[in-house]
Write a protein that binds this ligand. Structure first.
Ligand code: URA
Length: 501
């Protein structure tokens, strides 16, 4: 709500109140204390009070403190008075408040004061030095917000609540609170934290909270999620369009160090000239599929003609992460109408060389049976074909594949599904969704029927949870979650019948 669009409440003691003894003389000096950062509420409170007492801008000093002890007993209380500002003024105030310039509050109050003194159309006078300066400040905030939205990169971490994505960013201005709603809308189903030198924002899929400053050292190590960005960037980098000046203007170097994909820029630029020539020569035979560079490099000269030939290649291939006993291949008839895609083989699957035979697989079998799905007539496979684990004593603890690993194995999954030719593909969990779509889509948002549309490969899909998610739930939540999973599988069976008809 704009500063002047609502009746003014009586200001209470706290940030934004006036310090000094006694009211009366509007020309007596006033000191306003506001919170560090963008204290829009404090500013509003103070402005209502100042205007109500007719205090001109030259009598006011604005400063910032984070010590709440400075407020209270001697704060003046001004009566609430309606203050209605023209819309452009009310809109400009929140756009300027995040600016780093310590004069911003004084400048804005000068604007409000002049408007209240009768210059109602001041904002239309673009040549007025005050209006001009405030417009420039608002523009700077707009640019800073754009950079944060475009260049912030999350890294995956684990905490007690499970998966959390963490990013470090150093904005030029105090824009964290203004920028956060964009990330809520974009990554609603993910738990994430954004750390900045001035404060942090935390989203738990329901509530947005702000906390103390972060530290770059709190950022988790670079991971495959980042490798995914980098691989994607390398594979989409078009050397023929390299224009360093434009690149720097759009993506200032200052942001590069937080962006995994930019690690590739210097080398890509150096190679650009040569790659352009090579591209021109190759153009007529360029594949229409765009695959992550690493996978392409490894698979470029493989051209399996059948599922058996493909499987033979997988068997011969070393796991990306050493340790697995063997590759666990898909299982089920070629021509099955429905295929289920999981994450990666677990301990039991790795030992037996078959997918979904361990605890999660047994749960899946039971739920399929309850939903009327014939497991033997279905095709079951995984996004990643090797077991990745960490040894703890005698136990081998499953480790989630990174996005980079998932993209490496996508070459196989794509071909496997082409050979099997299911009419319906069920993604079990987020890794399968990532493998099938190339996108990190939260299950909570996408659960249900889904149209997979990759390259020239389009098929009807269905997204549901991974059975191991059900195993990890606390006992009291298990029954309901299992019932919902079976219900999903019933819908899958209905769809399968429809598509098979
Ligand atoms: N989890 C999976 O995703 N796949 C398996 O094969 C077993 C457990």
């Amino acid at each position: 709500m704009g500063i002047g669009t609502s009746p003014l409440p009586r200001p209470s003691g706290g940030h934004g109140t006036l310090r000094g003894s006694g009211g009366g003389d509007p020309h007596r000096p006033r000191a306003i204390l506001l919170r560090p950062g963008a204290d829009l509420d404090g500013f509003r409170t103070a402005v209502r009070s100042l205007v109500a007492q007719d205090v001109p801008p030259e009598s006011v000093t604005w400063s910032v403190t984070d010590s709440p002890g400075l407020f209270g007993a001697d704060a003046e209380q001004a009566p609430g008075t309606p203050l209605v500002l023209p819309k452009p003024v009310a809109a400009l105030i929140p756009q300027v408040i995040p600016h780093r310039d310590p004069e911003r509050y004084g400048l804005l109050y000068a604007l409000v004061w002049r408007v209240c003194q009768g210059e109602r159309h001041l904002m239309e006078v673009g040549s007025d030095p005050l209006v001009h300066r405030l417009h420039r400040m608002a523009k700077a905030i707009g640019r800073d917000l754009h950079k944060m939205h475009a260049f912030l990169r999350f890294r995956r971490a684990e905490d007690r609540g499970g998966e959390r994505y963490v990013a470090w960013f150093e904005p030029d201005h105090h824009i964290l609170e203004a920028a956060a709603p964009f990330f809520v809308a974009r990554f609603r189903g993910m738990r994430w934290s954004i750390l900045t030198p001035e404060g942090s924002a935390h989203w738990d899929t329901e509530t947005l909270a702000f906390g103390p400053p972060g530290d770059r050292a709190q950022l988790p190590e670079g991971d495959g999620f980042e490798a995914g960005w980098q691989t994607y960037y390398e594979s989409t980098f078009n050397p023929a369009r390299t224009n360093l000046k434009a690149m720097r203007a759009e993506m200032p170097k200052k942001y590069w160090r937080n962006m995994p994909e930019t690690a590739a820029i210097p080398a890509l630029v150096r190679a650009a000239a040569g790659r352009t020539e090579a591209m021109i020569e190759r153009e007529p035979t360029m594949p229409t599929r765009r695959e992550p560079a690493r996978a392409v490099a490894a698979m470029a000269d493989q051209d399996p003609k059948t599922l058996d030939e493909l499987n033979a290649i997988i068997r011969r291939t070393e796991p990306l992460v050493p340790g697995a006993t063997q590759a666990v291949l898909g299982e089920g008839p070629v021509g099955a109408t429905v295929a289920f895609v999981g994450e990666q083989p677990g301990d039991q699957e790795d030992r037996q060389g078959r997918p979904f035979v361990g605890p999660a697989g047994q749960l899946l079998s039971r739920a399929m049976a309850e939903a009327g799905i014939d497991r033997g007539a279905s095709y079951l496979t995984n996004a990643v074909k090797h077991f990745k684990f960490e040894e703890r004593g005698k136990r081998r603890i499953h480790q989630k594949p990174t996005a980079g690993e998932v993209s490496h194995y996508r070459w196989w999954l794509d071909r496997e599904l082409e050979f099997v030719g299911p009419k319906l593909v069920v993604a079990l969990g987020a890794t399968a969704v990532l493998a099938l779509t190339g996108k990190a889509i939260p299950i909570t948002r996408a659960r249900g029927p889904f149209r997979f549309d990759r390259h020239d490969n389009r098929f009807q899909g269905f997204i549901t949870v991974h059975p191991s998610y059900l195993l990890r739930l606390p006992d009291e939540a298990k029954a309901d979650a299992y019932a919902a999973f079976v219900e999903d599988l019933r819908r899958v069976e209905d769809l399968r019948r429809e598509l098979a008809a």
